[in-house]
Design a protein around this ligand. Structure first.
Ligand SMILES: Nc1nc2c(c(=O)[nH]1)N[C@H]1C(S)=C(S)[C@@H](COP(=O)(O)O)O[C@H]1N2
Ligand SMILES: [Mo]
Length: 317
């Protein structure tokens, strides 16, 4: 697919209110670029304008299927959950900038006929990359709209041919404490692990993402490849994957290990089931002032509701 986001340079300030998380370094970078632009076009009324965003900018038409505008590249790359680096959302980008993402391989195995270890460059060749704008709803009750580039997890799983005993898919993040100082924390069962039931994993919405805004995905967002499961809380969308394993039993997950009564295995976005310590009924869309109501399955109910027929989702949260 063509890149929809870079063809028309539009300031992010025209799309979303100026975001709250612009770091000073990036602000200076943006401001000096704007100053340069003003020098080149001296007759433009630039004095009252906001600094030009130096990062890729969305077109004014870039929205998700509900009509919500994509978040700015700045917000997406500077407000992150990635506990391997730090629990400080605005600190992840800096600490992750030297993270080694090349060479990188993903081992896909377990209950499959054709186990295979993929180098990241082969993944990019084997699976055509497409752009998909998905919301990401964090369990902490904030959300963003992100223009991802990637491909369906199903296409990778089909290639290795899961056997009939394969009932779940288990994912693992790289373990590299010398580069990821957060992995020295004894509070979590590293490496980060996540899991999906196989029919969830095979749903077309489940994406392996390699890019954002048409750019190669940055370390803070899970480079070089991460999962995106848009109908589930963000913690299911595991970053920097090195291993995918087809298994017969429901796998353990880092967050379920950390707090079984707070982070269930299914973790479907559900405004009717509160987290024990806060409500899930509403959320703060990063870049917006007023809160919005949270949608069941994060608004993807039509595509995924059938996966849970007959299940009590307040018990299987
Ligand atoms: N390996 C790993 N993956 C992870 C996390 C993490 O700490 N480590 N955080 C999760 C959480 S809680 C969220 S909300 C999303 C955030 O993704 P983003 O920073 O790209 O928006 O990543 C998820 N994937
Ligand atoms: Mo999250």
């Amino acid at each position: 697919m063509t890149n929809l986001y870079k063809s028309v340079p539009i300031r992010s300030s025209e799309i979303t209110p100026k975001h709250e998380y612009l770091s000073r370094r990036d602000f200076m970078k943006a401001a000096s670029l704007a100053a340069g632009a003003a020098f080149l076009t001296a007759c433009a009324p630039s004095a009252t304008e906001e600094p030009q965003n130096a990062e890729p900018g969305p077109t004014s038409g870039a929205t998700d299927e509900l009509g919500d505008p994509v978040n700015t590249y700045e917000d997406i790359t500077h407000y992150n959950n990635y506990y391997e680096f730090t629990v400080d959302k605005q600190g992840v980008a800096g600490l992750a900038q030297d993270f080694t993402t090349n060479p990188w391989t993903i081992e896909v195995g377990g209950l499959v006929n054709k186990p295979k270890t993929f180098a990241i460059e082969d993944i990019l060749k084997l699976f055509p990359q497409e752009e998909r704008i998905y919301r990401l709803r964090c369990v902490e009750a904030w959300s963003m709209v992100i223009p991802w580039t990637g491909f369906s997890l199903a296409s990778l799983l089909e290639m290795v041919e899961p056997t009939s005993d394969a009932k779940y898919v288990r994912f693992e993040t790289v373990y590299r404490p010398e580069e990821m100082r957060g992995q020295k924390s004894p509070f979590y069962t590293w490496p980060y692990q996540e899991g999906l039931r196989i029919d969830e994993a095979m749903n077309e919405l489940a994406l392996l993402a390699t890019g954002i805004y048409g750019e190669t995905i940055l370390p803070q967002n899970g480079a070089p490849i991460r999962l995106v499961v848009p109908w589930k809380y963000g913690f299911k969308s595991i970053k920097s994957i090195v291993k995918i394993e087809l298994v017969s039993e429901q796998p353990a997950t880092l967050w379920n290990n950390a707090g079984p009564n707070e982070y269930g295995f299914y973790a479907n976005v559900n405004p009717g089931v509160d987290h024990p310590r806060w409500s899930q009924a509403t959320e703060r869309r990063i870049g917006e002032i007023s809160r919005r109501g949270t949608l069941p399955f994060n608004g993807y109910g039509e595509q995924v509701r059938h996966l849970y027929e007959g299940m009590d989702l307040s018990v299987n949260y």
